[in-house]
Design a protein. Structure first.
Length: 182
């Protein structure tokens, strides 16, 4: 097992996130010793599409990519669509990539990557309905359980969470990846 003690992992989400795509990776990184921080567009709590409530730690207005060792982008159609409309969230994602930090993205979480313009030349997967958007943004989209491309870990659905979490832990433990760029 990898140890993530001393690492801080940002989770970027808003209302309508896919519950298990937030809670399962959160549990995985914290069980390995990392500190998880929930970032959203507003303070208070956010609610998943199945009712899980999560307390927001920080807002997109008051975070810096330099404060974190990695980023996780949970899915959920409403979450994925809304979070990419926040210019500060998009800038934060772009900065995480520019600083070569590991990023885990699952399901509809990948939408923000197109707005941040960080998928050109990268290989990843997502929920199948995003494949055209990702390809149009310059990515190579594949239909696989989990894909790792130089620190970018991607998966399709909650069914892929065990494989996603294992690779996410591995990539965070490895640290920065120079090929991970904005």
């Amino acid at each position: 097992m990898s140890h993530l003690t001393g690492k801080t992992v940002a989770f970027l989400a808003t209302n309508g996130f896919e519950d298990s795509e937030l809670t399962s990776p959160w549990e995985a990184v914290t069980e390995h010793g990392a500190t998880a921080v929930l970032i959203s567009t507003e303070t208070g709590t956010i609610t998943g599409k199945k009712g899980h409530e999560a307390q927001v730690d920080r807002t997109t207005a008051d975070v810096s990519a330099g404060d974190f060792d990695a980023l996780v982008l949970p899915g959920g159609v409403a979450n994925g669509d809304k979070i990419r409309m926040d210019a500060q969230a998009v800038a934060f994602v772009r900065d995480v990539f520019a600083q070569h930090k590991p990023v885990g993205v699952i399901c509809h979480g990948g939408w923000i990557l197109t707005d941040a313009d960080v998928v050109r030349g990268r290989t990843l997967t997502s929920y199948p309905s995003l494949q055209t958007d990702l390809r149009n943004a310059g990515a190579t989209w594949v239909d696989e359980e989990v894909v790792v491309d130089s620190g970018l870990v991607s998966s399709r659905t909650p069914a892929d969470l065990p494989a996603f979490n294992a690779k996410l832990i591995e990539e965070i433990a490895e640290g920065e990846h120079q090929q991970q760029t904005a």
